[in-house]
Design a protein around this ligand. Structure first.
Ligand SMILES: C[S@@+](CC[C@H](N)C(=O)[O-])C[C@H]1O[C@@H](n2cnc3c(N)ncnc32)[C@H](O)[C@@H]1O
Length: 513
């Protein structure tokens, strides 16, 4: 399920298939049919979310694709039927979840839809409808299938007194269209909040009491979704960087309307709208009035950091951490804790991260640029916070100095220092050259160039204790016995309980596993 996220920006640009198809070669249901393990995962995941209270007077028909029904748990009183809802739905008093006018009685049939409500603000919703009501966005089925579903359902039918009850509704173009086509005037627009403390027409849905442990449980019921969809935030932010949303607004110099952004970025409007809605919700971008009648998207301090340019850009770091190469090892974290086998990176890619980078210049560039993002911020803090550390140092070797961003800032600030940027040969070979800095390629486990002081920033955390001792011994040989200095810049855990960045240190610790 993670692989499709890498194609989110292509989806917004409307280039090609759905992200799932791009990543896996077929739509999600065909994929599941061919991969029973994944199908089981889907079924079990969805079963977690089944919240149907027991209504024993109802005869239930569980209808799904044949391969799903074949392996589904058999429950007394529930009939299991396999089929394709685009062709036919079995007859029943209430068709749970899926609308099928054909299957239910014309006079008293009822359709109950359970969906997430995304947007209840009608003004905002209206703007969206203006943008592109016809473009149903469904990662799984796509517009074509949804449209054929709609027309098969509504073609030449007497809709009678059909009641549509929505338990929760997503603001989704195809459901709005469904509403219009099925029964524009009769549509019972009931949004029943399953999870909120409101009485509902379904009456039987239980409302919790107010005891503390129940409060905590309720909080957990909400919070757990941050983990279910934990990857979505980084995927959408990565998509915004790839599309260049922050750069476009920055270049424009003032807030941009959706239509301006759509034209500038050449995106599919409703998809870009949904991306922006998400980013505004998380206050990564904000909405600001442009005229009396129009609203635009504006930058915030956070979205400025998503720009690819500028002193404070963190775009490259986000692109590195969300790249398929960096994400793949996470699937091996539990094996790492069980201590079974190699490091997760080696398990995923067959070699350690630095050998991989040597053979993949694109990934090596991503690492160098990501580290440079951080260096621009961290070195500024070092220069302002502890300049005295560099007093009396005539030459400084930056061990594992990457593309030299840190050293160039230090040498500029302390011009009496001669700088040596030392890193693996493939890194030094492509580093941009700066006057006053010497570039040396080599292996710090073999030899470190001689200097008054050695500087290590975000290097030692990559190695275990034994390896750090080896590196530091080489360092000892490189600096003068009497006045040599080693400067280490690292994240320190459990040092200061008021450390606002402690969570970053803890996350970095996981990265290093
Ligand atoms: C996490 S990066 C830190 C880069 C830089 N110090 C910074 O903070 O921007 C670690 C660096 O160590 C370098 N490195 C890894 N193994 C090395 C080795 N055996 N000898 C020298 N440098 C090495 C990598 O190429 C990479 O540039």
């Amino acid at each position: 399920m993670l692989a499709p996220w890498h194609s989110l920006s292509a989806r917004v640009l409307d280039s090609g298939n759905s992200p799932f198809e791009t990543a896996n070669g077929k739509d999600v249901w065909s994929y599941a049919e061919k991969n029973p393990g994944h199908s089981k995962l889907i079924d079990e995941a969805m079963a977690c979310e089944a919240r149907v209270a027991a209504f024993p007077w109802i005869h239930g028909i569980h209808f799904d694709l044949p391969y799903v029904v074949a392996v589904g748990a058999k429950v007394d009183g529930v009939e299991n039927i396999g089929g394709d809802m685009f062709e036919c739905v079995p007859k029943a008093g209430t068709a749970f979840l899926m609308i099928c006018r054909e299957a239910i009685p014309g006079d008293k049939g009822e359709v109950i839809i359970v969906q997430a409500v995304v947007e209840e603000d009608k003004k905002r919703a209206a703007r969206f409808r203006e943008v592109d009501i016809r473009h149903g966005f469904s990662v799984y089925q796509g517009k074509k299938k949804i449209n054929s579903f709609l027309s098969n359902m509504t073609k030449g039918r007497n809709l009678g007194n059909l009641n549509l009850s929505l338990l929760e509704m997503i603001f989704c173009p195809y459901i709005m269209e469904l509403q219009q086509r099925l029964c524009p005037s009769r549509f019972r627009f009931g949004v029943f909040q399953v999870f909120k403390e409101r009485s509902t027409e379904m009456g039987d849905l239980k409302v919790r009491g107010k005891k503390e442990d129940e409060d905590e449980d309720e909080k957990a019921e909400v919070e757990i979704w941050n983990y279910v969809f934990g990857y979505v935030k980084i995927a959408v932010v990565k998509c915004a960087i790839e599309l260049g949303v922050a750069d476009a607004i920055d270049k424009h110099g003032s807030p941009m309307t959706l239509s301006q952004l759509t034209t500038t970025l050449k995106c599919q409007p409703s998809r870009l709208y949904r991306i922006m809605r998400f980013l505004v919700h998380y206050q990564i971008f904000k909405e600001e009035p442009i005229t009396k009648d129009s609203i635009g998207f504006a930058l915030t301090p956070l979205s400025r950091r998503l720009s690819r340019h500028g002193e404070r850009s963190m775009a490259a770091m986000i692109l590195l951490q969300s790249s398929p190469v960096t994400l793949a090892p996470w699937h091996g974290l539990s094996a790492r804790v069980l201590d079974s086998g190699n490091s997760p990176f080696e398990t995923a890619h067959g070699k350690d991260v630095w050998s991989y980078a040597e053979e993949n210049p694109g990934h090596s560039k991503l690492i160098d640029e990501a580290m440079a993002c951080d260096a621009r911020v961290a070195v500024r803090a070092i220069i302002e916070g502890c300049p005295q550390v560099f007093d009396g140092i005539k030459s400084l070797v930056d061990v594992g100095g990457g593309n030299g961003t840190a050293l160039s800032m230090l040498v500029k600030e302390f011009p009496w220092m001669h700088g040596i940027n030392f890193d693996l040969p493939h890194v030094v070979a492509v580093a941009p050259k700066v006057d006053g800095i010497e570039y040396v390629g080599g292996d710090m486990f073999v030899c470190v160039p001689k200097a008054d002081a050695a500087f290590f920033m975000w290097v030692l955390h990559d190695w275990d204790d034994e390896e750090c001792i080896q590196i530091l011994k080489k360092c000892r040989e490189a600096i003068p016995q009497d006045k040599g200095k080693v400067i280490i810049v690292e994240s320190v855990l459990e040092e200061d309980e008021n450390d606002k960045l402690e969570f970053v240190g803890l996350m970095l610790d996981m990265v290093m596993m």
